[in-house]
Write a protein that binds this ligand. Structure first.
Ligand SMILES: Cc1ncc(COP(=O)(O)O)c(C=O)c1O
Length: 369
């Protein structure tokens, strides 16, 4: 569903493109030698790749990553020709020709993907650009050490691949002292010995905040661009990107003893005023936030009481003056005071899930573009 008028929408999502670009510059500044890419998969983590990626390209970003072929086909027309658009999952079997047709670069994650790509290169009579992913301990995608040795020793395969980067992905980088980081770094260095001329890419957002050893030639940040804290338990150096505002549609007084919402999970201990706000779990405002979060009206925190419903939440607004809220008043759900990571923690999840789950019913307002 596309909401085109703010006055019709239940809630508003403001996305600060200037903040995303500032975050990209901050990450790039941490990389002394390496190039800084941008991961814009899952519709730029829910924020709209068709707006986010061109803004980043205008800021100087030249390398973009999505997960699926179809995401890349949809995004390619929004990006300048001189940018590289990589598909993390590589080609589905038989779809390799689409990469040439749309100027896309696959990440080759398995021997069959390598073989299909080199076969296409053979038919084209020229090596074709690709990234090669190696598994360094996450056991998710990429060649094992043995498979890499097979590729590295086969001139026919190597001749078919114009290798842009060898890449791998860190499993625990947001925990800076996690032993897995060093183990993966060692495994990655070992893998690179098989292809000593190749450029390399390892770091995601959090990897950029590990020491320089992790930076290699290309970093692939996603979450930090969108304001998510890259280091667990430390102050967030990234700029806030998202503001989510729900709209009040009704305010009512309730007596002591009255209950609120499905399942009657909240019972008023005294006379209260309750505002009904039009955002719910169908908008990605998770049900696990029931009775567990606060919204803000200016400087006033407003506890969410009762269960998050499909289209509405209910807030205790008794702290506000009786006339402070009217139908149409906007209440902050994600904001500077209450960033996405705080909401995620209250919901028992991570900021990534909150952002990528943001629904299609918001009026989306892009600023700073
Ligand atoms: C292979 C790969 N590289 C980079 C990223 C970006 O990671 P982050 O959003 O933590 O910066 C992801 C995200 O999941 C990924 O799968």
């Amino acid at each position: 569903m596309l909401t085109t008028k703010p006055e019709h929408a239940g809630a508003q999502l403001t996305i600060d493109l200037a903040a995303i670009c500032a975050n990209w510059r901050l990450l790039r500044a941490r990389l002394e030698r390496a190039t800084c890419a941008a991961v814009v998969k899952a519709d730029a983590y829910g924020l709209g790749a068709a707006c986010v990626a061109p803004a980043l390209a205008a800021a100087g970003c030249r390398h973009f990553f999505v997960a699926h072929l179809d995401e890349a086909i949809a995004l390619r027309p929004h990006l300048p020709e001189y940018t590289a658009l990589y598909v993390l999952h590589g080609s589905p079997p038989g779809a390799e020709g689409e990469f040439l047709a749309h100027d896309l670069i696959p990440v080759l994650n398995s021997l069959p993907q390598v073989d299909a790509w080199t076969a296409l290169a053979g038919r084209q009579g020229a090596a074709l650009p690709a990234l090669l992913q190696v598994d360094t301990g996450m056991s998710r995608l990429g060649l094992s050490a043995e498979e890499l040795a097979i590729v590295a020793s086969d001139q026919r395969r190597l001749d078919g691949i114009a290798l842009r980067y060898v890449m791998s992905h860190l499993a625990c980088a947001e925990q800076q002292d996690h032993p897995m980081n060093r183990q993966q770094l060692a495994a990655f260095r070992e893998a690179l010995r098989a292809l000593p001329q190749a450029r390399a890419s390892l770091a995601n957002s959090s990897g950029i905040f590990l020491d320089r050893d992790y930076h290699f030639d290309l970093a692939r940040p996603g979450a930090a661009l969108y304001g998510i804290a890259p280091i667990a338990g430390q102050p967030n150096p990234m700029r806030q990107v998202v503001r989510l505002q729900g709209k009040v549609i009704q305010v009512r007084g309730i007596p002591a003893g009255a209950v609120v919402g499905y399942g009657a999970t909240y019972r008023a201990g005294s006379t209260r005023r309750i505002a009904t706000v039009t955002v719910g779990y169908a908008d990605g405002f998770l049900r696990s936030l029931s009775n567990r979060t606060v919204a803000w009206f200016g400087e006033t925190p407003l506890p969410l009481v009762g269960i998050v419903a499909m289209d509405t939440i209910t807030l205790d607004v008794s702290e506000l003056g009786a006339e402070a809220l009217q139908p149409g008043s906007l209440i902050d759900l994600i904001s500077e005071q209450h960033p996405v990571d705080a909401l995620a923690q209250e919901a028992g999840t991570i900021g990534y899930e909150i952002l990528t789950g943001l629904g299609g019913r918001y009026f989306r307002h892009y600023v700073g573009g």
